[in-house]
Design a protein around this ligand. Structure first.
Ligand code: ZN
Length: 121
């Protein structure tokens, strides 16, 4: 190897992936296989709790831990809103349904295959 190669690579050290040997920027080892959406985390436990918003003391049902894509969460929220006949929102990975619908929502999510835990009151 010519000595000057040292200079040409100086400062340009590339961290490569030990698995595929590609530079980390190109490595896709940690990415889900093509065509597969990220699925729920294996230990993904969905928590349902009743929460009273400060504004007006309205009760909402809060569903957290649904580790799916934003689209899936929106679809799920849509389903739950319909189920409960209430409004609701998806925000920061949490679904909020207006009113106290813990029982209904727990039953539905369990049906859908989620592990559901009741949290708080
Ligand atoms: Zn890799």
């Amino acid at each position: 190897m010519p000595d000057r190669l040292v200079y040409s690579t100086d400062g340009g050290r590339i961290n490569t992936c030990p698995r595929c040997g590609l530079p980390n920027a190109k490595c896709r080892c940690d990415q889900p296989p093509a065509g597969q959406q990220p699925t729920r985390k294996s230990d993904g436990i969905v928590r349902i709790m009743r929460d009273k918003k400060h504004r007006g003391g309205k009760t909402v049902t809060v569903i957290s831990g649904v580790a799916t894509s934003q689209n899936e969460m929106a679809a799920l929220a849509q389903q739950l809103k319909k189920l409960c006949g209430s409004g609701g929102t998806v925000k920061d990975g949490v679904i909020e349904i207006q009113g106290d619908h813990c029982d209904k929502i727990q039953a539905r999510l369990t049906e859908l295959g989620y592990k559901v835990k009741r949290a708080g009151g």
